[in-house]
Design a protein around this ligand. Structure first.
Ligand SMILES: Cc1cc2nc3c(=O)[nH]c(=O)nc-3n(C[C@H](O)[C@H](O)[C@H](O)COP(=O)(O)OP(=O)(O)OC[C@H]3O[C@@H](n4cnc5c(N)ncnc54)[C@H](O)[C@@H]3O)c2cc1C
Ligand code: FES
Ligand code: FES
Length: 496
């Protein structure tokens, strides 16, 4: 790698209190394959291999300010190189031969929470991460934590009961006993660029924006990876050969969250989990939508940056962010440019991003006085499902009149898109009378010609879009009622 920063040709992680160094591996090797095929750790299971079932869940620990923070990830779509600089914990590591079971495992036994056992390692590791978190434990917290773990035999009640029993305990295991030492060892690991492989085939993880800009200029054909929750499936399901991987997840400059009175700016590598407080804090519907993106495992590695950069017409965040008036910043070599997010999406599979250009940050204005927001995610299944329609409404209402409107939909066109005809039709109208104004609702058919696919028919999409516009209007037409609705919605929010 032609940069001046110190660099390494091996990754290091800690497992069972020992430093593990891996020098040679393929650019797209997954953590799961490494565990099972190289390390012979067969406890971690391969189920769907696409991030859906959670059987492959492992826990990664990062140190921050001398403390360890644990998060569950799907090792089937998590690339091995991404584990660099972290503590790796698998179900095989929780206890030794003849030693007592880990408290989470013991609770699973106490509650008869396993039958064939195939899903059990994944459930145990998802619960292990919660056992080590500082979250308040309730049935809702456990449900949220386990939404990405599927069991075909036991039924979920005993598993949830086991989680409740285990996770209310204060962590007291070998990992908490040596957490300080682990944090110190991780903190002492050198901060350096990684480059493993050759110029033709490599896994690289630059640690500074300068190194990333130089590397991507030299290799504009490389695939950028943030959380790999999309790219991982290109590898495991589409069997794509991605010879050059540039992983950006560990770059401090892209992991910042900045908040001021007017706006929030988040780096392109900030995970959903780390963005939740700031971005979810903008509005209750944004928080709830983010909580329903994938599963805990997906949100702990996936990024809003990846959701935008992939250009998908069914990503959940772009419609929300377009309605909020978000802007993005792109960089190529040392040149940067800023654009409205809505201008980034040109056509299906086509975005306004040049070769060698990457996304660095997303800026979202805060809602001002008189501005109201609503967002609705329509899926067949409540948790862990991709939207058939994603709708976002941002109205400025002064004396009951809509003085400004930004409406954006996902799943209704080849790109996430504003409903400009509909917006124009409702401006200056009294919101309390709009509910009966069919001309305004009919404009949605001017804005969108949705397609039919496995998620929904075109007719359904258009009908539901009209219904959601109506819902937003009804909810916002009575400001006193709105306060009550917001309170009701907030109390329904589950913890992230
Ligand atoms: C089980 C499962 C459930 C899911 N559920 C949802 C859901 O409910 N809603 C939803 O919207 N999505 C969902 N997804 C899709 C995925 O999680 C999101 O799109 C996520 O935001 C992708 O982020 P990432 O960091 O993992 O992206 P990656 O997979 O790392 O990258 C995605 C794309 O963006 C590019 N990219 C990433 N960062 C940059 C950058 N800074 N500059 C330029 N290009 C970049 C990559 O090259 C790639 O093309 C789900 C995925 C899985 C596996
Ligand atoms: S094997 Fe199903 S989520 Fe990884
Ligand atoms: S116990 Fe059989 S899949 Fe869960």
């Amino acid at each position: 790698m032609a940069t001046n920063s110190p660099k390494s040709d091996s990754i290091e992680y800690i497992r069972n209190g020992q430093k593990v160094v891996v020098t040679q591996f393929g650019s797209t090797d997954t953590l799961l394959d490494h565990l099972r095929l190289t390390e012979g750790s067969y406890g971690t299971k391969e189920g769907c291999c696409e991030g859906d079932c959670g059987a492959c869940t492992v826990v990664l620990g990062r140190q921050q300010d001398g403390k360890m923070h644990y998060r569950p990830v799907n090792s089937c779509i998590y690339l091995l190189g991404m584990a660099d600089g972290q503590e790796l914990i698998t179900v095989d590591d929780l206890t030794g031969q003849g030693a007592p079971l880990h408290p989470v495992q013991q609770s699973m036994v106490n509650h008869h929470a396993t039958q064939c056992g195939f899903c059990t390692p994944g459930f145990v590791m998802a619960l292990f991460a919660l056992y080590h978190s500082e979250q308040d434990i309730s049935r809702d917290t456990i449900n949220t934590q386990l939404a990405g773990n599927l069991c075909r035999c036991t039924g979920y009640r005993p598993i949830v009961e086991a989680g409740l029993e285990a996770c209310i305990q204060t962590p007291d295991d070998q990992f908490s006993a040596r957490a300080q030492q682990t944090a110190k060892t991780l903190a002492d690991m050198p901060d350096r660029d990684l480059f493993i492989g050759t110029d033709a085939r490599f896994f690289a993880a630059p640690k500074t924006l300068n190194s990333l800009a130089k590397l991507y200029t030299d290799h504009p054909d490389a695939t950028i990876v943030a959380g790999a929750t999309d790219v991982g499936l290109w590898i495991t399901k589409r069997l794509m050969d991605l010879p050059k991987i540039i992983y950006i997840g560990e770059m401090a400059e892209l992991n910042q969250v900045q908040i001021n009175d007017q706006k929030i700016t988040i780096g392109a590598a900030v995970t959903y989990a780390n963005a939740m407080d700031a971005v979810g804090g903008l509005d209750a519907d944004i928080k709830e939508t983010m909580r329903r993106i994938g599963s805990k495992q997906v949100r702990e590695s996936g990024t809003i940056g990846g959701n935008i950069a992939n250009g998908s017409p069914i990503g959940d965040m772009p419609p929300l962010l377009i309605a909020m008036g978000a802007e993005i910043k792109l960089q190529k070599a040392n040149k940067t440019r800023t654009m409205k997010l809505e201008d980034y999406f040109i056509a299906y599979g086509k975005q306004d991003r040049q070769q060698g250009e990457f996304l660095t940050e997303i800026t979202i204005p805060k809602l001002k006085c008189g501005e109201h927001f609503r967002a609705y995610k329509i899926t067949k299944r409540f948790d862990q499902d991709i939207s058939a329609v994603m709708a976002a409404f941002h109205f400025t209402i002064v004396n009951d009149k809509i003085t400004a409107a930004r409406i954006a939909f996902g799943g209704m066109a080849a790109t996430p898109k504003r409903a400009k005809h509909t917006e124009a039709a409702i401006i200056c109208l009294d919101i309390s009378e709009l509910n009966h104004n069919h001309t305004a609702f009919d404009q949605l058919a001017q804005d969108f010609t949705p397609m039919s696919d496995m998620r929904a028919s075109a007719d359904y999409r258009l009908t539901v879009a009209k219904g959601l516009l109506k819902k937003a209007i009804i909810e916002l037409s009575d400001q006193d009622a709105d306060t009550r609705i917001i309170n009701a919605r907030s109390s329904n929010l589950r913890a992230s």
